[in-house]
Ligand binder design. Structure first.
Ligand code: CNA
Length: 238
């Protein structure tokens, strides 16, 4: 076993206060593309980059185009959690992992059995009316080809944080609390390019920060342990 994976395994074995902070790379091994990898959503043929389509102003201005993208790219029926999601859920059950803080919107941590999941960017599995805020099941957004409408006439939207929108402050405070008090912080499958989420890792005060990411990140120099490998493969060994 790789020496760094062995070290991470030891850190986890000796801790009951591990916190995980992750992003889209956690779900690529389940078949959901990320934004930045070579075959990620950024590099697929689309008129606008995903960050433009997934922005508040774009949704307000071109809701039909948003829904075209949504129905083609964001409906993830049948996708299963992978070894990283499953091992994280197991570590929580073992009393080692306190929280999963995720930038993902796919609900795969909960599908794997994790209970304490802080969704910084919301979830594609929930929807609500943008006018009266009545909640709707995700199916309302996914069916048909037109705009999904509430009985009040408002457009139904996904319960995700679109670019240009603020994060939920209660979730941010809770994430800061877990990160600040963590003994071991594992950061995985994230380019650490999206703010304010990425900035939250600056609250970590310990000396066991492990970064598990395929490519380099702007925070590599900050980590106590770096593993540039597939996260599912790493988690199946720890
Ligand atoms: P990103 O910017 O796309 O970066 C993903 C990172 O993961 C890259 O640095 C990759 O090198 C790395 N990576 C890819 N596959 C693996 C793997 N198997 N093992 C280890 N590392 C891997 O994604 P971020 O999460 O950093 O960016 C934040 C955005 C992307 C958030 O707002 C998300 O909501 C959004 N997003 C979410 C999903 C999802 O919910 N599954 C999918 C695509 C984008």
């Amino acid at each position: 076993m790789n020496e760094n994976i062995l070290k991470l395994k030891e850190w986890i074995a000796n801790s009951d206060n591990v916190v995980f902070f992750g992003g889209a790379g956690v779900s690529t091994e389940s078949g959901i593309p990320d934004f930045r990898s070579v075959d990620g959503l950024y590099n697929q043929k689309w008129k606008y980059p995903p960050e433009t389509i997934l922005s508040h102003s774009f949704f307000e201005r071109y809701p039909e185009e948003y829904y075209r993208f949504h129905r083609e790219k964001l409906v993830i029926d049948g996708v299963q959690p992978n070894r990283a999601h499953l091992r994280l859920a197991e570590l929580e059950r073992e009393g080692k992992l306190r929280a999963v803080i995720t930038q993902n919107i796919d609900g795969l941590h909960q599908a794997a059995g994790s209970k304490n999941v802080l969704e910084l960017h919301g979830s594609i599995l929930r929807a609500y009316c943008s006018r009266c805020r009545r909640p709707y099941p995700q199916e309302e957004m996914n069916k048909g080809t037109g705009l999904p409408r509430c009985s009040c006439g408002g457009i139904i939207r996904p319960d995700i944080v679109l670019y240009e929108e603020p994060l939920d402050q209660d979730i941010v405070s809770s994430a800061v609390h877990y990160i600040r008090n963590a003994d071991v912080l594992i950061i995985g499958g994230t380019s650490l390019n999206v703010y304010p989420a990425a900035g939250l890792i600056n609250y970590y005060r310990g000396n066991k920060l492990a970064l598990v990411n395929l490519s380099e990140t702007p925070y590599d120099h900050y980590a106590d342990l770096i593993i540039h490998e597939k996260i599912g493969e790493v988690f199946s060994q720890i």
